[in-house]
Ligand binder design. Structure first.
Ligand SMILES: [Zn+2]
Ligand SMILES: [Zn+2]
Length: 325
């Protein structure tokens, strides 16, 4: 996955607004679509057409105003399959409002509004749980799981006289016939193995659902709006999280890694503030626009293997050409 935007409230030249590109075996989706998301996707180079859908956290502008441009970019990329958008109640009204300027598209846009308690659904092979968080307006975090089938047992397949050319089908979950007998995948696969799990949640105070649905995840990407202690009253008032609060969630939930995002424009370089989070949860990183995170299936019962890097072509804070104000 790639963090396309790690800014909160307002964009900076090196920090676009909230968006995460998630790709699984060539299929892709977005979480949030802040202004400029389509620019981030171009920089990344992972493509538009493979995007099957978008899930929104909430309807503050920094999380959804990139939508009209994204839909136009999808059309220009030749998209003809339906595009699914999931979000809080009111989604239809928000999308219709934002898309007054979008002409009729070459593909269908399907809208799915959550009931207050959120919902479970599937996208790009991920099992997704949208859960409500605490931001003053309806806002949802996401738990995503990539399940993993059991290991293929060639001895069992050979004993059942399954021809080798059919092994791939069984591994892919299809049944095959051997003479008059139907062989099911579970006949030749071992028990389901540990998959990959991660959580994404921004714009919330620490809350019980956030703890519950980040529990045990291989990775949590959480909001760190402010680091400096004097900003704590502001975080409380505007329903945002401090670095130390996100680290507290990561620790209590027992996640493997924490990456912070959604930084206030008042923070020059979030990486230099990371100490206050690491005091609480050591394996914390500050996300940057262009941060690429790769999670691989684990061995046996271990956590997923994570690598983190940065795509070239994004600004660094030192290169920021325009001062604030
Ligand atoms: Zn926000
Ligand atoms: Zn917000």
């Amino acid at each position: 996955m790639c963090l396309l935007g790690t800014g909160g409230t307002l964009p900076l030249p090196d920090r676009s607004l909230s968006s995460l590109y998630v790709r699984v075996n060539g299929r892709a989706m977005l979480v949030d679509c802040g202004e400029g998301t389509q620019v981030g996707i171009r920089r990344l180079g992972w493509g538009f057409r493979c995007l099957e859908g978008l899930v929104l956290t909430h309807f503050h502008g920094d999380h959804c105003t990139g939508l009209p441009g994204l839909l136009l970019s999808l059309e220009k990329a030749g998209k003809d399959e339906p595009f699914d958008i999931y979000g809080p109640a009111g989604l239809k009204r928000v999308v219709e409002g934002l898309c007054v300027i979008v002409p009729k598209l070459s593909y269908a846009v399907r809208l799915h509004e959550y009931p207050p308690e959120g919902r479970e659904f599937e996208m790009i092979g991920l099992q997704i749980r949208a859960f409500p968080v605490n931001h003053g307006i309806p806002c949802y975090g996401y738990r995503m799981e990539l399940p993993r089938k059991g290991a293929f047992d060639p001895e069992r397949a050979a004993a059942m006289k399954v021809p080798m050319e059919d092994w791939k089908k069984l591994q892919a979950g299809e049944c095959v016939r051997v003479g008059l007998r139907k062989i099911h995948p579970e006949d030749v696969l071992g028990p389901e193995r540990k998959g990959i799990s991660f959580a994404f949640s921004t714009d919330t105070r620490p809350c019980e659902t956030l703890r519950k649905y980040t529990a045990g995840a291989d990775l949590a990407i959480l909001e760190g709006m402010y680091a400096e202690e004097e900003k704590a009253p502001l975080a409380l008032k505007n329903h945002h999280m401090m670095f130390r609060e996100a680290a507290g969630i990561a620790k209590e939930a027992g996640v493997e890694h924490l990456i912070l995002t959604h930084f206030s424009t008042s923070m020059e370089d979030p990486a230099t503030e990371i100490g206050c989070a690491r005091e609480i949860f050591e394996r914390t990183e500050a996300g940057q626009d262009g941060t690429v995170i790769r999670l691989n299936y684990p061995r046996d019962r271990e956590p997923a293997r994570m690598t983190i890097g940065r795509k070239e072509g994004w600004y660094t804070p030192a290169e920021r050409p325009i001062a604030d104000g």
